[in-house]
Structures are given as structure tokens and as C-alpha cells.
Design a protein around this ligand. Structure first.
Ligand code: ADP
Ligand code: RBF
Ligand code: MG
Length: 157
């Protein structure tokens, strides 16, 4: 189920994106800086993924992630944007985001309208919520990556 190049472990600071996630979509996404995007294995295709995430070594939450150029907006810079399924009290800019990407959901689509994009993402969130209940994938929630000081480059499973 996990797919090529997965699981993938990543760590980085949250940077400013285009400011569209919360404002236009009502779905905030924490954006990684380009160096984290460049560290993705070459065999990880663009698309929508899911897994687990923590902020500043805090609790581990479910997440969905979009990797690519957002065809709906035709971005020129490849991005890795994570929506964490948890309500945070405020902004997370500058915080450390740790993620483990455990599975692929679908390729990126150029939706016909903003409404369809939002529906698509909400469907991804629902699917991820269910898939992460699978014992093998749920196990990553307590992976040592989230609790011990290890270099994610050393981790392959
Ligand atoms: P940007 O384009 O700068 O990424 P967004 O509209 O996508 O702006 O909002 C993202 C910001 O919202 C994140 O960087 C983070 O600071 C904040 N945020 C708050 N709650 C969440 C959440 N549950 N998941 C992701 N980001 C969140
Ligand atoms: N953008 C697209 O253009 N096409 C997509 O199929 C797409 N799927 C997404 C799925 C998820 C789970 C998330 C969080 C984002 C997705 N986006 C997609 C990116 C969306 O356009 C982006 O979050 C906003 O542009 C805010 O940066
Ligand atoms: Mg964002």
C-alpha cells in the first residue's frame, strides 16, 4: 500500500506560502522550504499523500500532504504542503514540522472550480483518517523518529 520511496521521513521549518490555504480554501497547509522538497527521493511522484505529523516535537497527528505544482493554480515552484488534522490555537510559522509520509492517495488534479478542489481535499482527509487506522500505518504514530533525536536521512522504515 505504501508505494515507491515510502515511508519518507522529513523534518524542516514551516515557511510562508501563497496564503491561499486558509483564506481561499479554509484548509491551512504548512509549507516546507525548498531544501526539504529537494530531499524527496526521486521516485516519489507528485500527488496527494497521507501520514503522521508533529509540531515542535509535540503530539503526533494525522496529516494529508500535497506534493507538486498545484495544477489548479499552476505554481512554478514545486511544493510540499501539509494539512494537519488538528486544531492549533494560532500560526505555526517558524515551527519545526516532522512528518512521516506512509501512503499515496491520488495524483494531483486540475479541478474545474475552487469548490471542487475543496471537495477533493475534504475527500482526501476522510480517506486518510480511515487508512491511518490500519495497524501497520497506525504504528508510525509512535515511531522513534517522533521521540528520539535521529537524522531522518538514516531512516527507511
Ligand atoms: P501559507 O500559504 O503561508 O502556507 P496557509 O493559508 O496555507 O498559508 O496557512 C498555513 C499556515 O496556517 C501554516 O503555516 C500554519 O502556520 C497555520 N496552521 C494552523 N493550523 C494548521 C493545521 N492544522 N495544519 C497546517 N497548518 C496550520
Ligand atoms: N492543488 C491542486 O491544484 N490539485 C490537487 O489535486 C490538489 N490536491 C490537494 C490535496 C491536499 C490534501 C492538499 C492539502 C492540497 C491539495 N492541493 C491541490 C493544493 C492546494 O491547491 C493548496 O493547498 C492551496 O493552493 C494552498 O497552498
Ligand atoms: Mg500553505
Amino acid at each position: 500500500m505504501s508505494g515507491k520511496g515510502l515511508p519518507h521521513f522529513a523534518v524542516g521549518r514551516i515557511v510562508k506560502g501563497f496564503g491561499r490555504g486558509s483564506k481561499e480554501l479554509g484548509i491551512p497547509t504548512a509549507n516546507y522550504s525548498p531544501d526539504v522538497v529537494e530531499n524527496l527521493p526521486k521516485n516519489v511522484d507528485t500527488g496527494v499523500y497521507f501520514g503522521w505529523a508533529s509540531i515542535d516535537r509535540g503530539d503526533v497527528h494525522k496529516m494529508v500532504m500535497s506534493i507538486g505544482w498545484n495544477p489548479f493554480y499552476q505554481n512554478s515552484q514545486k511544493s510540499m504542503e501539509t494539512h494537519i488534522m488538528h486544531k492549533f490555537p494560532g500560526d505555526l510559522y517558524g515551527a519545526e514540522l516532522r512528518v512521516v509520509i506512509v501512503g499515496f492517495l491520488r495524483p494531483e488534479v486540475n479541478f474545474d472550480s475552487l469548490e471542487d478542489l475543496i471537495k477533493g481535499i475534504n475527500g482526501d482527509i476522510e480517506n486518510a483518517e480511515k487508512l491511518l487506522e490500519n495497524a501497520d500505518l497506525a504504528a508510525y504514530r509512535t515511531h522513534k523518529f517522533f521521540t528520539e533525536p535521529i537524522d531522518p536521512a538514516q531512516l527507511t522504515s
